[in-house]
Write a protein that binds this ligand. Structure first.
Ligand SMILES: Cc1cc2nc3c(=O)[nH]c(=O)nc-3n(C[C@H](O)[C@H](O)[C@H](O)COP(=O)(O)O)c2cc1C
Length: 355
């Protein structure tokens, strides 16, 4: 059904128009409480074996929606109803900004990939806070991913992140500092430990000050050298962060023919994303929660990430190619596989193939 819709309609229209059409439909779903609850009852993970606890938060299943789909936190409940165990909204910046000029989103169907150079188009932290304040009709675990406003110079980056954190940390189940998008000039320089330390320390102070103490994670790029992955992991431990999300999109073009500028996601990212996860696990063991994202397409991939040490797994590009039942099917397949292997709790398998 989705394959038909995709080939006959969605793949024929501009990718960003298709995205807005989809988000519009999901927003509509969010405004219909009866339908929303009925969809949630049918598709959200309910098998107790799938439940995960990480940094003090209860997740109904390990597979969630990665940042970038719901930039303005407009369809959190709809995505939760469709079966995502958590929804990471954003990237949100302190100030509203339009992002880069269109076209800025490109499908690569043969490679099951996407290139985007959206550039953090979003309505700003205030608008996102209002949107989040309106939700919670159906249960949803919400991560809030924050980034730097484009016009803010690097020297003032920490203050800009702090402004977003103050607005959004109290509304988030967890907060993510995104320093890894390739589409904001200079952003990824902030991954260098000497710049990252003061930035994360400042945001952590805000996150620690909320009534519930909001867990804090950092999201890193797949293009970091292995030693830099280790350095960020050591810093996260030193500062007492709750976890690391790996990875964002890549500026690499291995395995694809397109030379469009931007970040590449989907299948071509799979191997590097998994390698970064393994590297992180070897470095930090179970002292941090690792969230694996990049090229996850099906239950085999999720299983592999769990075994390699991820407690949570995310995806975005797969949604474009597999459609709205993607998360539901992954959780259903995972529950079946657990039963087949005699696994009753995901903690039994997380990190089992890690060194
Ligand atoms: C169109 C698009 C927009 C994205 N926007 C963001 C973003 O705003 N913030 C962020 O942290 N990651 C963003 N990402 C990266 C995803 O969250 C994810 O890390 C990456 O796409 C790899 O996962 P995937 O292969 O499952 O798509 C975006 C990805 C895509 C495809």
């Amino acid at each position: 059904m989705y394959r038909f819709l995709f080939t006959q309609l969605l793949s024929r229209i501009d990718p960003e128009d298709a995205h807005h059409l989809t988000v519009g439909a999901l927003r509509l779903l969010s405004t219909a409480p009866v339908v929303k609850k009925a969809v949630h009852r049918r598709l959200a993970p309910r098998d107790p074996a799938l439940r995960v606890q990480a940094f003090g938060v209860h997740f109904p299943g390990p597979f969630g929606l990665a940042a970038g789909f719901d930039k303005d936190a407009g369809c959190v409940e709809a995505m939760s109803a469709l079966g995502f165990g958590h929804v990471e909204v954003g990237t949100i910046t302190a100030h509203a900004q339009p992002g880069n000029a269109r076209p800025r989103l490109f499908r690569l169907p043969r490679e099951r990939a996407v290139i985007n150079r959206m550039g953090f188009n979003n309505a700003g932290a205030g608008a996102a806070a209002r949107a989040l304040g309106r939700t919670r009709g159906v249960p949803a675990v919400v991560g809030v991913n924050i980034g730097k406003t484009k016009v803010v110079p690097e020297a003032e980056a920490a203050a800009d992140y702090v402004a977003s954190a103050k607005e959004l940390a109290p509304l988030a189940d967890y907060l993510v500092v995104n320093v890894s998008s390739p589409n904001t000039p200079g952003l990824r320089n902030l991954q260098a430990v000497e710049l990252l330390r003061p930035l994360l320390s400042a945001v952590k102070e805000v996150a620690d000050g909320t009534p519930k103490r909001t867990p804090l994670l950092v999201k890193i790029a797949p293009d970091l050298a292995d030693e830099d992955v280790d350095a960020v992991a050591d810093l996260a431990l030193e500062l007492g962060l709750d976890g690391i999300i790996a990875t964002n999109t890549t500026i690499g073009r291995e395995g694809v023919s397109s030379t469009e500028a931007g970040g590449l996601s989907g299948r071509p990212l799979k191997a590097r994303s998994l390698a970064v996860l393994r590297r992180l696990r070897a470095r930090v063991g179970d002292r941090l929660t690792l969230v694996s994202v990049g090229g996850v397409e099906d239950v085999d991939d999720v299983w592999e990430r769990l075994l390699a040490g991820a407690t949570l797994v995310q995806g975005y590009t797969g949604l474009i190619y597999h459609g709205p039942l993607w998360a539901y099917r992954i959780h259903r397949g995972l529950a079946r596989r657990m039963r087949r292997h005699g696994v009753s709790d995901l903690r039994e398998i997380v990190g089992r193939t890690a060194g």
